[in-house]
Design a protein around this ligand. Structure first.
Ligand code: SF4
Ligand code: SF4
Length: 361
């Protein structure tokens, strides 16, 4: 049976789904493995959860940074409802700071999240029901939560997934799998497909490129998703000089075979220069096919090479308003939280309170 929860009709902070009070007056967020401890007027690492007087709230509930409608194969997902169209959406706030990220503005969204925290955002707010109607209007049979880490706005991802499932749509979660077991368990009943990155088998790669994550935690989370009954596919974006060592790639294939099954799909995508890794050239085709052949040699049967495709980027997407049915000027009105905790100005952070000069959060 579906959960019954009050869905805000307009932009409003929503309590963080997994939070616990700490003895020292801070509150801990348990959505992802950062498990941030956050004091009043401050935000967690992703910048999307804020503490107001001891309670954590998600700043980005219903806030959509990007929309695209395309083939499910482009997520990439190859072995679930092939040939169907899926509507991809994302919001501001990611729990990684990958040095080669293509989605800085729509995933990290530092300026956008700051505007939300100042009560000055003009980003689109879309209720779960409107989201589902939008997907159906565009002929999509599913909704994919992607472009940033879905666990960071799990409050909305779950509500939107419930609405999608009730309408007969499937749901896809494109993730870095740096999420807690609690978040995964909460999400599992509502998600059909997990498409997760395995960026490397090397702990040094994760600390160099993604800083926070430990590969053991990421792999444990992916394996757990399978035990929870989610259809799992994995993806590795090969970055020259970083994770292109053939032995590393072979180890990824062996891990997939042993923990997800020999018929579990593995997608090998091409790196394109971006952000702090702009000086690294695109991945040569040869190494992608070496990885493919090695993986087939380990017994993996579904190995897909994308010689022209990188990560799930949204750089060329149409503006969000073009997909929605409302007038763009209504969609982009200034958003001030409709709740009571922020005061009339919608100011959420200590650093923006009148008379405060010291930056915090
Ligand atoms: S979701 Fe954000 S606030 Fe919560 S633990 Fe992760 S980075 Fe921290
Ligand atoms: S590449 Fe993905 S996981 Fe990494 S920072 Fe960008 S959006 Fe987040």
């Amino acid at each position: 049976m579906s959960e019954v929860r009050a869905i805000p009709g307009q932009y409003q902070l929503v309590p963080t789904r997994l939070q616990e009070q700490e003895a020292n007056g801070t509150t801990r967020c348990n959505l992802c493995l950062w498990r941030c401890k956050i004091g009043h007027g401050q935000r967690g690492f992703c910048q999307a959860h804020v503490n107001r007087h001891g309670t954590l709230y998600n700043l980005s509930y219903g806030i959509i940074s990007a929309i695209e409608v395309g083939r499910i194969e482009d997520k990439p997902v190859r072995c679930f409802r092939p040939g169907t169209k899926v509507m991809s959406i994302g919001s501001y706030g990611c729990n990684f700071r990958c040095r080669g990220c293509h989605n800085l503005e729509i995933s990290w969204g530092l300026n956008a999240l700051d505007e939300l925290a100042r009560g000055a955002s003009t980003a689109a707010y879309v209720t779960p029901e409107e989201l589902v109607a939008t997907a159906q209007r565009h002929g999509a049979e599913g909704i994919a939560f992607t472009y940033s880490e879905p666990a960071v706005w799990l409050e909305y991802v779950i509500d939107a997934s419930i609405a999608a499932r009730n309408a007969g749509l499937y749901t896809v979660y494109v993730s870095n799998s740096f999420v807690t077991d609690e978040a995964l368990e909460m999400m599992a009943p509502h998600i059909d497909v997990l498409c997760s990155d395995i960026k490397s088998m090397d702990a040094a790669f994760y600390s160099d490129i993604c800083r926070a994550a430990d590969i053991k935690d990421v792999l444990a989370s992916i394996a757990k998703a399978k035990t929870l009954g989610i259809h799992v596919e994995t993806r590795t974006n090969i970055i020259p000089g970083k994770n292109d060592d053939p032995e590393t790639l072979r180890k990824i294939a062996v891990w997939i075979r042993d923990h997800l099954g020999a018929d579990s799909p593995w997608h090998i995508t091409k790196f394109f220069p971006a952000y702090e890794l702009s000086d690294i050239p695109p991945t040569p085709s040869e190494i992608m096919w070496v990885a493919h052949d090695q993986a087939r040699g380990t017994g993996l049967t579904k190995v897909f090479v994308y010689d022209d495709k990188g990560c799930d980027c949204a750089q060329q997407n149409l503006p969000v308003a073009t997909y929605l049915s409302q007038d763009p000027s209504a969609i982009h009105q200034v958003k001030v939280c409709a709740g009571s905790c922020c005061g009339p100005d919608g100011i959420l952070l200590k650093k923006y309170e009148p008379g405060t000069t010291k930056a915090s959060g």
